[in-house]
Design a protein around this ligand. Structure first.
Ligand SMILES: Nc1ncnc2c1ncn2[C@@H]1O[C@H](COP(=O)(O)OP(=O)(O)OP(=O)(O)O)[C@@H](O)[C@H]1O
Length: 570
C-alpha cells in the first residue's frame, strides 16, 4: 500500500495545491467540533445557569463555526480537484511514454483496447482514488476521528471505551473484507477492459462486419462480454451489501449504548446535561466518520488494484537502446549471422543471415509471401532485436545507437497511419518545412494535384486514420512525409502497392531522382517496381537465395525466374 501511494506521489507536480488542501482540511475538521462545543455552553451556561447575556455571543460564534466548514469544504475540493487532474495528466503522459519506449515485441502483445482501457479507467481511477479519496477524504476522516476521540475522552471515559471498541471492530472488518474488495475491484476492471476491447474491435472492424454480414455475430460477442461484466458487477454489489449488513447494526448499537452511558452519567450527576448532549453529538459524528473511514479503507484496496494494473504495464522493461550518436552519414549496413523468431518457442523467420547492403544504392528485397522481407525491414528500424548475431551500421550494432537513429533510418508501410488532423500536420508532424519544400515534394510524389483540389488544400482535415483519402492517396502522402525527412536510409515496405502501374512508375522515377546517392530499400511484390534496382536480394524462408541485378537474376536464379513468369502470366 505504502509503495503504491509513493508510486503515485512521484507523478504529483504542483504540491502547493496539497498544502492548500490540508490547510482547508484542518479548518474543516476543527470548526464543526468548536460549533458542537458551543452547544455545551448554550445548555449549561445560558439555559441551566441562566447567563442570558452570553446567548447572542454564542449564537454569533455558532453561526461562524457553522458556515466555516462549508467554505473550507469548497476550498478543499478545488485544491484536490486540481491535484487529481494534474496527476491524471502526468500519469497518462508517463503511461504513453512507456508505450512509446516499449520494445515492439511487447507492444504487439498488448491489445490496443486494453491499453486504452488502462488509460481511461485504471490511470483515471488511480489518480482520483489517490487524491480525492485517500489524500483528501481519508486524511480528513482520520483527523476528525482523532479529534472526536480526544473530546469524547474528555467528556466521558465509558463513551470513549465504546468508541475504541467500535474502531477496532472496523479495523477487523477491513482486514476480513479488504482482500476480497481488492479482488472484486480487479475482476471488475478486467471485465470492463474486455468490454472496452470488444467495443473497440467492433468499431474498427466495421467495414468487415458489414461486408461479411457479421453484425449479429459481433453483437452476440458484445452481449456475452457485457453479460460477464454485469455478472461481476452484481457479485461485487452483493458483496458490498454483505459488508453493509455486518457493519450497519454496530453503528446504531454504538449510538444506543452511548445514550445509555451518558444518560446514567447525567442521572448520577457525574456529567452535566450540556456534556451529555455534546458527548452524544460527538459519538454520533464519530460513528458516521468511522463508517466513512471504513469505506476509505475499502477505497485503499480499490486504489491498490488500479495502481497494480497500471504498474503491470509501467514496470515492463524499456527497449534497451544505447547512447551512441550517429555522427556521420551512413557508410555501411551489415547483417552478421542474424537469426530472429517472433517469440522464444517459435521457429526462426530469419535464419543465420549475413549480408552487406550496398550503401547509397537502390536495394530490393523480393520473395514469396512470408519469406521474411518485412521482418528484415523491422529489424533495420529496431522494432525488434535479433536473437542471435547482430546488425551493424558504420560498424556499430544498431542497439548501441541512441534515439537519433531514427533520424537516419525511416520506413513507409503499406498501410500508413495518419493522425486525425490536417494534411499539413500529417506531412510535417513536429518538424518545420517551408511551403515550397512541402509543395515540391508533394508534386514529385504526385500528391500536390489532388491536394489542390480540396477546398482547404493543405489545411484539409483528413479524418480518422486518413479516412477521407483513397488507398493510393494515402500511400503517396506517406511517401511525401518520408521524402520530406529524406533520411540516409529509407525503407519502402510495399509502399506503392495501392498505386496503378502508371502512377507507380512516375512516383518511382521521381523517388529515384530524389534519393540519388542515398540508400533506399524496397520491398515489393510487383517486380516492375524494383526492376531497375542496383541489387535485388531473393529471399526464401528467412535466407538469401540469390542476389544480383534484374537481368542477372533472370539468367541465374530459378526462384526469381518463377516469380517473374508468374507475374507475366497474371
Ligand atoms: N508480429 C508477428 N508475430 C508473429 N509472427 C509474425 C509476425 N509478423 C510476421 N510473422 C511471421 O513471420 C514470417 C515472415 O513474415 P514477413 O512479414 O517478414 O514476411 P514477408 O516476406 O514480408 O511477407 P509478405 O510478402 O506477405 O508481406 C511469416 O511466417 C509471418 O507469419
Amino acid at each position: 500500500m505504502k509503495n503504491n501511494i509513493f508510486y503515485v506521489f512521484r507523478y504529483m507536480k504542483q504540491m502547493y495545491w496539497l498544502l492548500l488542501g490540508y490547510a482547508a482540511i484542518i479548518l474543516e475538521c476543527v470548526t464543526p467540533i468548536i460549533a458542537t462545543l458551543l452547544q455545551k455552553d448554550m445548555i449549561d451556561r445560558v439555559f441551566y445557569q441562566k447567563q442570558y447575556e452570553a446567548f447572542l455571543k454564542i449564537i454569533m460564534l455558532y453561526a461562524i463555526f457553522f458556515f466555516a466548514p462549508r467554505l473550507m469544504f469548497t476550498v478543499r475540493k478545488v485544491a484536490f480537484f486540481h491535484l487529481s487532474y494534474e496527476l491524471q495528466m502526468s500519469l497518462t503522459e508517463a503511461f504513453l511514454e512507456k508505450i512509446y519506449n516499449m520494445p515492439t515485441a511487447d507492444f504487439v502483445k498488448e491489445h490496443v483496447g486494453e491499453l486504452l482501457n488502462h488509460i481511461r479507467t485504471n490511470v483515471a481511477d488511480a489518480a482520483d482514488l489517490a487524491v480525492n479519496q485517500i489524500l483528501s477524504e481519508a486524511v480528513k476522516n482520520v483527523l476528525t476521528v482523532a479529534l472526536l476521540i480526544y473530546f469524547i475522552g474528555k467528556i466521558n471515559v465509558f463513551m470513549l471505551f465504546i468508541v475504541v471498541f467500535v474502531t477496532f471492530f472496523y479495523y477487523g472488518l477491513l482486514h476480513i473484507f479488504g482482500k476480497k474488495t481488492k479482488d472484486f475491484s480487479q475482476n471488475v476492471r478486467e471485465q470492463k477492459g474486455k468490454v472496452s476491447i470488444t467495443i473497440e474491435e467492433s468499431v474498427s472492424s466495421i467495414r468487415e462486419v458489414v461486408a461479411y454480414h457479421r453484425e449479429a455475430w459481433q453483437l452476440e460477442r458484445y452481449h456475452k462480454t457485457f453479460g460477464e461484466y454485469f455478472a461481476t458487477i452484481l457479485k461485487q454489489g452483493f458483496f458490498q451489501c454483505k459488508v453493509m449488513f455486518v457493519s450497519a447494526p454496530f453503528l446504531y448499537g454504538t449510538k444506543l449504548i452511548s445514550i445509555l452511558c451518558g444518560g446514567i452519567g447525567v442521572i448520577h450527576n457525574t456529567i452535566s446535561l450540556g456534556e451529555f448532549v455534546v458527548g452524544f453529538t460527538f459519538v454520533d459524528q464519530l460513528v458516521t466518520e468511522l463508517g466513512l473511514l471504513f469505506d476509505q479503507g475499502l477505497n485503499f484496496k480499490k486504489f491498490e488494484a488500479a495502481v497494480e494494473t497500471v504498474q503491470s504495464v509501467m514496470n515492463k522493461e524499456d527497449a534497451s537502446y544505447g547512447k551512441e550518436e550517429v555522427k556521420e552519414r551512413v557508410q555501411s549496413i551489415c547483417f552478421h549471422g542474424v537469426t530472429f523468431a517472433y517469440g522464444r518457442d517459435k521457429d526462426p523467420v530469419i535464419k543465420d543471415l549475413s549480408l552487406e547492403l550496398p550503401v547509397g544504392k537502390k536495394i530490393a528485397l523480393v520473395g514469396l509471401s512470408g519469406s521474411g522481407k518485412s521482418t528484415i525491414a523491422q529489424l533495420l528500424t529496431r522494432m525488434y532485436e535479433p536473437d542471435q548475431g547482430e546488425i551493424t551500421m558504420n560498424g556499430i550494432p544498431l542497439s548501441r545507437y541512441g534515439e537519433q537513429y531514427t533520424e537516419k533510418v525511416s520506413i513507409v508501410f503499406q498501410q500508413p497511419y495518419f493522425i486525425p488532423s490536417t494534411i499539413r500536420e500529417n506531412l510535417t508532424f513536429d518538424k518545420m518545412f517551408s511551403n515550397e519544400e512541402i509543395e515540391k515534394i508533394c508534386s514529385k510524389m504526385l500528391c500536390h494535384e489532388f491536394i489542390k483540389q480540396f477546398p482547404e488544400q493543405y489545411e484539409t482535415y483528413i479524418g480518422e486514420r486518413g479516412a477521407m483519402l483513397s488507398g493510393g492517396q494515402k500511400q503517396r502522402l506517406a511517401l511525401s512525409r518520408a521524402m520530406l525527412r529524406n533520411t540516409d536510409v529509407l525503407i519502402l515496405d510495399e509502399a506503392t502497392s495501392a498505386l496503378d502501374t502508371e502512377t507507380e512508375y512516375q512516383v518511382q522515377k521521381n523517388l529515384d531522382q530524389l534519393r540519388k546517392g542515398k540508400t533506399t530499400i524496397i520491398i515489393a511484390h510487383r517486380l516492375s517496381t524494383i526492376q531497375n534496382a542496383d541489387i535485388i536480394y531473393v529471399l526464401d524462408k528467412g535466407q538469401v537465395l540469390d542476389s544480383g541485378s534484374h537481368n542477372e537474376l533472370l539468367t541465374t536464379c530459378k526462384a526469381y525466374q518463377e516469380l517473374y513468369m508468374l507475374q507475366q502470366l497474371a
